[in-house]
Design a protein around this ligand. Structure first.
Ligand code: IGP
Length: 264
């Protein structure tokens, strides 16, 4: 079992929910990356998702697009982010998950990228534009490493597809809660509960819900139906505004007891 999965399971075994915050690498300067990671760790993050800025972020909403643009304007690249992570390797102890579109990895070179991630001790990869059918591209090179290739399942995935994704899943399944792009939402579709239940039934790895979650109430609502949550835009926005209390508050919800009624 890969470390990311182990950490999520430990968290759930204690009666808590996993909380994975997402941040955009290089937003606010790459030299602040380490302090931001340490802050998120101190707030109780189970793992941290680090976004790599990219020119065509097709799955990203306004808040994350803007954060990516700020980082790109500052000259941040995948290579610079990895170099920075190597520099303070071992100082952050929660697993780090790299979220990037496929293109920067291809430009970097798949083998060099995997080697570099291993050197840093990266715990997982989320690559939204790498479908199951094509993921051998990375899966083969990741075999025998502690780097989990974390798949996404959407509300529109067929049962057959969910089953196939679940069979190969490592780390956890990222259950996307909305049809659309990242960004805060006021409401979720009624069918989401049944969908999460179905994904959990099919999956032998933990299932985390992400997209659109920005309030403690939503963390609680979605957390109750999954093994944990991923929060992006609300964290990116709070880090940008330096509103650290918002982040502390959101993460605190996950260490409180969340009623599991929807999944039991
Ligand atoms: O921002 P939101 O709605 O809280 O969603 C999480 C999300 O930001 C993060 O996991 C993420 C950022 N970019 C992505 C692209 C695809 C999948 C996931 C992501």
């Amino acid at each position: 079992m890969k470390t990311v999965e182990k950490r999520i399971r430990e968290c759930v075994a204690k009666g808590n929910k996993a909380f994975i915050p997402y941040m955009m690498a290089g937003d606010g300067g790459l030299d602040s990356l380490k302090d931001k990671l340490l802050f998120l760790e101190e707030c109780g993050a189970t793992a941290i998702e680090i976004g790599i800025p990219f020119s065509d972020p097709v799955a990203d909403g306004e808040v994350i697009q803007r954060a990516g643009e700020r980082a790109l304007a500052d000259g941040v690249t995948l290579r610079k982010v990895l170099d920075e992570l190597v520099r303070f390797k071992g100082e952050v102890s929660v697993p780090l998950i790299i979220m990037t579109y496929l293109n920067p990895i291809l430009a970097y070179g798949i083998n060099s990228f995997i080697e570099r991630c291993e050197k840093i001790g990266i715990g997982g990869l989320i690559i939204p534009d790498l479908p199951l059918e094509e993921d051998g591209l990375l899966r083969n090179g990741l075999e025998g490493t502690d780097i989990a290739l974390i798949p996404l399942v959407s509300l529109t995935s067929s049962l057959e597809r969910i089953v196939n994704i679940a069979k190969q899943a490592e780390g956890f399944i990222y259950a996307v809660t909305v049809n659309g792009i990242t960004g805060v939402r006021n409401e979720f579709e009624d069918k989401l509960s049944a969908h999460l239940k179905r994904v959990k039934e099919e999956s032998s790895v933990p299932v985390l819900a992400g997209f659109g979650i920005s309030t403690s109430q939503q963390v609680e609502q979605l957390g109750a139906q999954a093994d944990g949550v991923i929060v992006g835009s609300a964290i990116v926005d709070a880090l940008h505004r330096d509103d650290l209390e918002v982040i502390r508050g959101l993460m605190r919800t996950c260490t409180m007891e969340i009623n599991n009624s929807a999944t039991s």
